[in-house]
Design a protein around this ligand. Structure first.
Ligand SMILES: Cc1cc2nc3c(=O)[nH]c(=O)nc-3n(C[C@H](O)[C@H](O)[C@H](O)COP(=O)(O)OP(=O)(O)OC[C@H]3O[C@@H](n4cnc5c(N)ncnc54)[C@H](O)[C@@H]3O)c2cc1C
Length: 399
């Protein structure tokens, strides 16, 4: 059932979730599985699309499994498997790649609308109530036992309010949780192409103008996401001109939809809870898009928030949120450092191409499957398990 119509207004719920994107839906599912009455309101109507690289890393699929969703089994034909990550330096064509470690499993490329529909179907099955085209405007009556949410369709009352309403969160500002440190703000542009994927790796092309990353999303389609500090004024053709090896791959391939843009932030909030209000997903801070970690973080936060609400202890969520964001932010800083210095980038990709186990180890850390203590921030750099190290790709060759 694709579209639940707006409901009659002023219902009571245990939990009101502002924002029915991936984070809001994941939280609704986690809470409904625990028996809570959940109401989700979103200003748009489903299935909701968004500019995204559409790559789900193994840790993202693991978080979905913890929500009771076996994504590869449910959308096998409408998705594509991902075996690892490949970096390509457009300056000289140097290439390095690594597979995900065997114990972590595969990743999956899936179009954003497909993912949204899947999460929505599951939430509806579990009895979650939806109010679409419902724009949250603010909070009133923030009491100890309930809060009132004001929307264009009237008032909602709930014991807990979750702000999963994205980067410009109204709930965040209404709750006075806007205090944050933004370390990067970049522009993303997504385009699907009707072409059979030429690889089962996510390819990240690095140039002086940012990154282009390519994710297979089905047997006949790929997703390309460009991320840069400034907008590509002339759109996808201008963006592609900065990535000649990718442009060569795509010669003759037709775009399969309209391009879509979005802003990506590296943002850390001072706090993500106040009283009985909690923030989730991009509303609660985010990492740069090129990390491919946004959805994983959102799903893991959703599970943790549902546990905290069940226990009546939002302070536990505040603590685990802080813990969960450390590794992705460290990885985002590293990738943004490579973005900012062509010399460092070329030397680093060159070095990784010469020591493939090191790239495999970094990938293992990136997906949260390796010895890494966020407390002392020292990754344990021992050679990765042989199953994750790929045969080195010849230098100066696009595989
Ligand atoms: C270019 C780009 C590429 C990316 N690539 C990847 C990737 O490959 N892998 C990955 O894991 N992550 C990626 N990300 C990050 C990922 O897309 C986000 O982290 C993810 O969308 C966060 O989900 P969310 O539900 O928190 O926010 P959103 O998806 O933004 O959802 C927020 C929802 O809230 C609703 N809303 C907003 N304001 C209101 C309001 N006032 N009232 C009611 N509803 C409201 C919106 O309509 C929307 O449905 C990428 C991001 C960008 C920009």
């Amino acid at each position: 059932m694709p579209y639940a119509h707006p409901i009659a207004i002023a219902p009571e719920a245990d939990v009101f979730i502002a924002g029915g994107g991936p984070a809001g839906l994941a939280c609704a599912i986690a809470l409904a599985r625990k028996g809570h009455r959940v109401l989700v309101a979103d200003g748009m109507k489903p299935p909701i699309d968004k500019a995204c690289g559409e790559g789900l890393m193994p840790d993202t699929l693991a978080a979905l499994r913890n929500l009771g969703i076996d994504l590869p089994a449910l959308v096998e034909a409408e998705s594509a498997r991902i075996l690892g990550i490949r970096f390509i330096d457009t300056a000289d064509g140097t290439t390095v790649q690594a597979r995900f470690p065997g114990h972590a499993g595969e990743g999956r490329g899936v179009k954003r609308k497909t993912l949204h529909q899947l999460l929505l179907d599951r939430a509806i099955e579990l009895g979650v109530v939806f109010s679409w085209e419902t724009v949250v405007r603010g909070l009133t009556g923030q009491g100890s036992d309930h809060t009132t949410v004001e929307t264009n369709r009237g008032s909602f009352h709930a014991s807990y309010v979750v702000g999963a309403d994205g980067h410009q969160s109204r709930i965040r500002s209404a709750a006075g949780l806007d205090r944050a440190r933004i370390t990067a703000q970049r522009v993303g542009l997504r385009q699907h192409f009707a072409i059979a994927p030429w690889t089962e790796f996510v390819e990240v092309y690095w140039s002086d103008r940012g990154q282009a990353y390519v994710t297979p999303v089905s047997a006949t389609e790929i997703c390309v996401a460009f991320v840069a500090h400034t907008k590509f004024a002339a759109g996808v053709p201008e963006a592609l001109a900065h990535f000649p090896q990718l442009a060569a791959r795509l010669e003759g391939a037709q775009p399969s939809d309209a391009p879509r843009g979005a802003i990506t932030y590296s943002r850390k909030l001072h706090r993500v809870t106040k009283g009985n209000v909690a923030l989730l997903g991009d509303a609660s801070g985010s990492v740069d898009a090129v990390t491919g970690e946004g959805l994983s973080l959102a799903f893991r936060q959703a599970l943790s928030l549902a546990d905290a609400i069940q226990a009546g202890d939002l302070a536990a969520y505040q603590r685990s949120h802080l813990h969960m964001r450390r590794r992705p932010h460290l990885m985002a800083s590293t990738m943004l450092l490579l973005d900012s210095s062509p010399l460092l980038r070329t030397c680093s990709i060159d070095l990784l191409a010469r020591i493939p186990w090191l790239f495999a180890k970094l990938l293992e850390i990136h997906i949260g499957n390796a010895g890494f203590s966020p407390r002392d921030r020292r990754p344990v750099l021992k050679p990765a398990h042989p199953s994750s190290v790929s045969t080195p790709v010849p230098r100066n060759a696009v595989p």
